[in-house]
Design a protein around this ligand. Sequence first.
Ligand code: 0RQ
Length: 503
Amino acid sequence: SVDRIANARLRDRVVSAEAAAALIQPGETVAMSGFTGSGYPKAVPVALAQRIEAVHAQGMPFQISLMTGASTAPELDGALAKADGIAMRMPFQSDPDARNRINEGKLDYIDIHLSHVAQHVWFGFYGEIDTAVIEVSAIREDGSLVPSTSVGNNKTWLDLAKKVIVEVNEWQPAGVDGMHDIYYGTALPPHRKPIPLVHANDRIGETALRCDPDKIVAVVRTNGPDRNSPFSPIDTTSEQIAQYLIEFLKHEVAKGRLPANLLPLQSGVGNIPNAVLAGLAKSGFRDLSAFTEVIQDGMLDLLRDGVLSYASCTGFALSPQANETFKEHIDFYRERIIMRTQEISNHPELVRRLGCIGMNGMIEADLYGNVNSTHVMGSRIMNGIGGSGDFARNGFLSAFLSPSTAKNGSISAIVPMVSHVDHTEHDVSVIVTEQGLADLRGLTPRKRARVVIDNCAHPDFRDQLNDYFDRASRESYGKHTPHLLPEALSWHQRWLDTGTMKA
Ligand code: 0RQ
């Protein structure tokens, strides 16, 4: 087969993962590829974690600051967190080991909007990047780098890092070459220009990443799979949530507020968004489009069936089975999928211009439509805000989806006041649970509270919510957004104290 490293000079820099990891020094800021379990480096982080453990065994310190596109996998976040090798991590993560360390207060984690990561690093908010570790699917003869299954912040990392380690992963399909669109027109204020993208499938950039070959200090050959985890079978709760949302979209078309083929869809990751995509497959909608971050199984099916005409993303989150289909039909998908840098896939200017329909999971929402996507009981981080805020604030419509209860019914996802705010009442148009859908557009806070309780709360918690709202409406200091401050977070405290939010 053809050598994936077509550039002779860079072929001479091939070393082992251990040798490459040895080039990373304690205290460095290291920027890696990877987005929701796709396109992350497979070998160097593991070798680095082993080196860190060896140094720790000698009683010496060794930690790095770690930045990526979004979440990665056990071989990256997991290995480095277990080795106690991460001093600071940003942005989105979802690894159980990393999450536990963060929640034990042992790992500093900074959670920012995914569209902000690249620009904040360019602005100098995170200091200098010492090393970039980037997975690619191939190196072209001219030395340019063909990304693999995610683009994330790789352009920024390659532009800014002092030294670069490239992993060339032969497991990734060679046919992804041509799927990417790397935009080189971003500048820093005050020199920014409009981004010339007016349709979700416009190509505005190049198919490969540029990189100064003098900065590439090591190339490592790998042959390993992405973290392709299976989705749970679609349960009735997810299916009901999906049905309410799809009925709502049809209603919006009937009212003339949305075109018959809707507007570009953004879908979060997880089982409920996947159920929404599965529901769309049977909904009768045609000629849909997606401008989103992550393509998961449901979206590949929609493309295959012609329900979705094309999709723009920055990464994949596929089950092993869907990954096989993807590889097998890569020529079909390359015609219909465009992978962009995450500063473009999530860009507020583009999300606003295209009028994206945001559909994301949540942990809890309150009576007035504030949404918590990240913190259990106000303090334990789950994953991070990801791109949900980029789409919620700037999209045409923004829906947040969740079962009405969590932890065997002991927690109500509808609470008097959210214990942490990611999306304010100003950014949330629609809330959906398996109980129903609350359309918050054009409603005052007090009217919103009524619809949220009536349509979304679980019957087990409805009386309790009504009781809170009725008393707050009478006794609150202000009557615009009624609250009883000593009680507003008492549901969360009750769960911590007694194991249930029920009074
Ligand atoms: O925990 O597995 O320990 O039981 O949260 O909950 O219901 O499986 O839902 O997987 O869709 O995740 C908000 C976390 C929902 C996700 C969140 C517990 C629940 C379970 C997972 P267990 P579910 P999901 C695009 C957009 C932010 C990022 C984002 C998320 C676990 O959607 O990370 O939107 N969103 N990105 O038990 C206590 C509650 C709870 C609760 C759920 N009210 N109280 N625990 N859980 N609700 C992608 C990117 O940006 C990359």
